[in-house]
Design a protein around this ligand. Structure first.
Ligand code: NDP
Length: 248
């Protein structure tokens, strides 16, 4: 029996990067996969085909994580299409980096709405599905930056710190109903989000990472598999850092 056999996982932002790797690792573990994207239509179709070829049920949904209404509709649609939602991975996220003195209201709002409000938007309706099932695992992607801060990322680090508080509160609220809520705090992962960083900044980050390398998205996906499955049956309200020991 595979770790996620007969489970349904809903993963936001799986057209690229970490979400994409999580979808593939979960499918290898036997899960049926519902996933979302914002604009990468072709990549979403490709992922849907790749996952289906692995012998599981897979479907991509275009859904803006920042929209409360779209999240309600998404949850309803996935429940209709798949019959259940056992694992929710709130992964979709963006950066709009700037020093505080140059940070616009739009860049604050977009980051907070996409990274933090999105988690409220979707966890609320999906938790209702999980409550009826009397089982569920919720995994939220925060960041090391949400714990230690980062110059030029006050909007991003605030959104990621908020996710940790949300995760712990939901763990407290829903734990008695057999629904666990945990967060993953990646350090520096090789995706398009980090590709755009300047080389000297990458060098600085690298110097602070004891493992002396950046991570592959699959290394975060393996942590997500742990939290999604019964391997972590007594882990609740925690933040698991996947950061190579990053410190300052
Ligand atoms: P990427 O930029 O590589 O991918 C982001 C994904 O999110 C894409 O699939 C994108 O869809 C989707 N997305 C973006 N905005 C929305 C939206 N409004 N609605 C729905 N989907 C959306 O990011 P990463 O894979 O690097 O990051 C994934 C998560 O991990 C994020 O929450 C990020 O903050 C976190 N993280 C990443 C780290 C890293 O080093 N990479 C470090 C710490 C945390 P589309 O392709 O359609 O645009």
């Amino acid at each position: 029996m595979k770790l996620l056999e007969n489970k349904v996982a809903l993963i936001t932002g799986a057209s690229r990067g970490i979400g994409n790797a999580i979808a593939k690792v979960f499918a290898e573990a036997g899960a049926n996969i519902a996933f979302t994207y914002l604009s990468s239509e072709e990549r979403a179709k490709k992922l849907e085909d790749e996952l289906s070829a692995m012998g599981i049920k897979a479907k991509g949904y275009k859904s803006n994580a920042a929209s409360f209404d779209e999240a309600q509709e998404l949850s309803k649609q996935v429940k209709e299409d798949f019959g259940a939602i056992h694992v929710l991975v709130n992964n979709a996220g963006i950066t709009r980096d700037n020093l505080l003195m140059r940070l616009s209201e739009d860049d604050w709002d977009n980051v907070v709405n996409t990274n933090l409000k999105s988690i409220f938007n979707l966890t609320k309706p999906v938790s209702m599905v999980m409550l009826r099932q009397k089982e569920g695992s919720i995994i939220n992607l925060t960041s090391i930056v949400g714990m230690i801060g980062q110059a030029g990322q006050s909007n991003y680090s605030a959104s990621k710190a908020g996710i940790i508080g949300f995760t712990k509160s939901v763990a407290d609220e829903l734990g008695s109903r057999n629904i666990r809520s945990n967060a993953i705090a990646p350090g520096f992962i090789k995706t398009e989000m980090t590709d755009e960083l300047a080389d000297d900044l990458k060098k600085t980050y690298l110097a602070g990472i004891p493992l002396k390398r950046f991570a592959e998205p699959e290394e975060v996906a393996k942590a997500a598999l742990f939290l999604a499955s019964d391997l972590s049956s007594y882990v609740n309200g925690q933040t698991l850092s996947v950061c190579g020991g990053l410190n300052r």
